[in-house]
Write a protein that binds this ligand. Structure first.
Ligand code: CTP
Length: 391
């Protein structure tokens, strides 16, 4: 039930920390990818080795464990679908409620914009403390899912409210929230990605700088949201959904058109070459004594326009790569193409677009309404685009 979901567990220094080992197993049994981070003090109660063995993933503790160029708190935020803080101590609850970021866990929570479950566990008097209660209310008010502690025998020897709620409760809440996120369940979506390759001869071709990252991020996001996904890509990639490998614009046209009016949505994120070689040379072209040679190009079909012209039930979404006058060109393009939505991005900026992991886009609809999506990871942008198209 949790296949393809990533659950980020934050363990803080409550004695109930040992119970989380079983929670990890429950998530793993259902196919989840489990990432674990612990506060430094929680390591007095559970070991990294136990957590790594159970989660089958590296466990994170501090802020300065920087992998590649991405700080951990950002990469874990990107990867996870949900965060579960259990047990949550009075200390961590109060820090989170006040925006304090003094370790990897609290820093991650601050940057995490997806659902968060908090399962507090502590001594009864601490739980009833007015500041703790005020902070819990504050978190609830801002949309955190609080699973109140239960009454029972506590590790401090007393009996009362403060015991971590049952693991089943945490597990069921996780399922409930993740299923709510399946907003594309039952939808069929086809996405194109990558730059087409237009062959000149058996050794040479014309192509472009598209990395296919945006199209692949869209396919990943659609799949995570429960859609039945087909990615028509110029790259050979291994994914849990259907991938159709193509090379040229003509190949792509053939594969993509099959889906028009058979699926709910087609998103043309691919950089399709506008022209192809007029006459493909079956043999390698030889160097001549001429200083200059000419290769004739002929126009490729405009797949997006063809789709939009014939779509009856399928929503058609295009992309618009511009190096200048982004909005003006996008407005003209959506009218010329006739698609339902156009995602405009500025390829002149080095920090976004093509091979970058981030993007910043404008979503235009066919009534020329425009929505701006701030710069963020391509996976985040992808999710927002899908939410908009299926809103
Ligand atoms: N597209 C397409 N077929 C083509 C060219 C582009 O389906 N032969 C699609 C792209 O996948 C994208 C949209 O059309 O969704 C816009 O692509 P873009 O390169 O921005 O624009 P072009 O139509 O190629 O026009 P120009 O190059 O003049 O900006």
């Amino acid at each position: 039930m949790l296949k393809d979901k990533t659950i980020l567990i934050g363990i803080t220094a409550g004695i109930a920390a040992y119970k989380i080992c079983e929670l990890i197993r429950m998530y793993k049994r259902e196919g989840a990818n489990v990432r674990v981070m612990v506060t430094p003090n929680a390591l007095n109660l559970v070991t990294v080795l136990t957590l790594e063995s159970l989660s089958q993933n590296e466990v994170f503790v501090d802020n300065f464990d920087i992998k590649e160029y991405k700080p951990e708190h950002i990469s874990l935020c990107d990867e996870a679908d949900i965060m579960v803080i259990a047990p949550a101590t009075a200390n961590t609850i109060s820090k989170v409620a006040n925006g304090i970021c003094d370790n990897l866990l609290t820093t991650t929570v601050c940057a995490f914009n997806k659902p968060i479950i908090i399962a507090p566990a502590m001594n009864t008097n601490m739980w009833k403390n007015q500041f703790v209660q005020e902070n819990v209310s504050k978190l609830e008010k801002f949309g955190y899912n609080i699973l109140n502690p239960e009454s029972g025998f506590l590790a401090c020897g007393t009996t009362g409210e403060g015991r971590l709620c049952s693991l089943d409760k945490i597990y069921n809440k996780t399922l409930e929230i993740l299923n709510q996120n399946n907003i594309l369940a039952g939808k069929k979506i086809v996405i194109s990605a990558g730059g087409t390759i237009e062959k000149i001869d058996p050794v040479r071709y014309i192509s472009n700088f598209s990395s296919g990252k945006m199209g692949t991020a869209l396919a990943d996001a659609a799949y995570k949201l429960g859609a039945d996904v087909t990615l028509v890509s110029t790259f050979d990639i291994n994914k849990p959904y259907n991938v159709v490998k193509v090379e040229s614009a003509l190949d792509m046209e053939k594969e993509i058109l099959k889906f028009n009016n058979n699926v709910d949505c087609i998103i043309m994120a691919a950089a399709v070459a506008d022209y192809r070689i007029k006459e493909y040379n079956n043999q390698k072209m030889k160097k001549t004594s001429d200083y200059e040679i000419q290769i004739s190009l002929v126009k490729n079909p405009d797949i997006l326009k063809e789709l939009a012209d014939s779509a009856k039930i399928t929503k058609i979404v295009g992309f618009c790569a511009e190096s200048e006058n982004l909005i003006e060109n996008a407005k003209i393009k959506i009218q010329n193409k006739g698609c339902d939505y156009l995602i405009a991005n500025d390829i002149s900026r080095k920090d976004i677009g093509f091979s970058s992991d981030e993007n910043e886009v404008y979503i235009l609809d066919n009534k020329l309404n425009i929505e701006h999506l701030d710069k963020s990871s391509k996976s985040e942008i992808a999710r927002k685009i899908l939410e908009k198209v299926f809103e």
